[in-house]
Ligand binder design. Sequence first.
Ligand SMILES: [Zn+2]
Ligand SMILES: [Zn+2]
Length: 85
Amino acid sequence: MTQLVIDVVCLFTHDKASLLAGMPRHFCPNCQKSYCHKTTLLRHQRYECGQPPQFRCPECFYKFRYRSDFLRHMARKHSLFNWVN
Ligand SMILES: [Zn+2]
Ligand SMILES: [Zn+2]
């Protein structure tokens, strides 16, 4: 129950604010970055920590960590709106 309340508070507070308030953090064992939410930490570990960019533009070979960034690039730079499904 306590954890649930904290998670709800975290949703509405900035990371820095929650840190100052002494909220429990989720630490990455690799780089010691801390996150308010365990899901954010898991995303960091899967997509950021020690990972090369996962997506590459076939037009200009620019690289992206996140699928959303990649799709936005394709839409804006190459007008390929059909990439966004
Ligand atoms: Zn990390
Ligand atoms: Zn491109």
